[in-house]
Ligand binder design. Structure first.
Ligand code: ZN
Length: 148
């Protein structure tokens, strides 16, 4: 479940993606209303289109709170080892590796998120992606061994 801050943050950048809708692709048009806070769902009050706030993001279908995922990714990007990070944040290595892969799959969006919401400097963002790139092969191997 999303925290109130996460819910409101995600809601503020939503737009209706149903093509014939008069609010199609418009953010801040006042048409996005809450359908279910606990399920993270909103709807467009012009056309009735419903969706979950995390649709199309790296946070879609995660059971872990966004802030925890971000904290883990930050620890890893700052050079803390995988085992230490997992122990400190009480997450499994498999989960942490899944989040890295998801961040990489949504790299543009996650970069924007790091700039706007995490207020990271470009050099910190570069360090994060450099970490992901360097570890990609090792992570893939560890991930495969975690899944066996
Ligand atoms: Zn709509």
């Amino acid at each position: 479940m999303l925290s109130k801050i996460e819910f409101d943050l995600l809601k503020s950048s939503q737009y209706c993606d149903k093509e014939p809708c008069e609010c199609y692709n418009k953010t801040g048009a006042g048409n996005i209303k809450i359908n279910s806070r606990s399920k993270g769902q909103v709807y467009c009050n012009r056309c009735g289109n419903r969706w979950v706030l995390t649709k199309g993001t790296m946070f879609f279908d995660l059971r872990t709170p966004m802030d925890k995922v971000i904290k883990v990714l930050l620890c890893l990007s700052r050079g803390m080892g995988l085992n230490n990070t997992c122990r400190q944040e009480k997450v499994t290595a498999g989960s942490a590796l899944d989040w890295i892969v998801k961040a990489a799959e949504h790299s543009n969006e996650f970069t924007r998120y790091m700039q706007q919401e995490m207020h990271l400097e470009q050099v910190q963002i570069d360090e994060f992606w450099s970490f992901v790139l360097k570890k990609r092969k090792i992570l893939q191997m560890k991930r495969e061994s975690c899944l066996k």
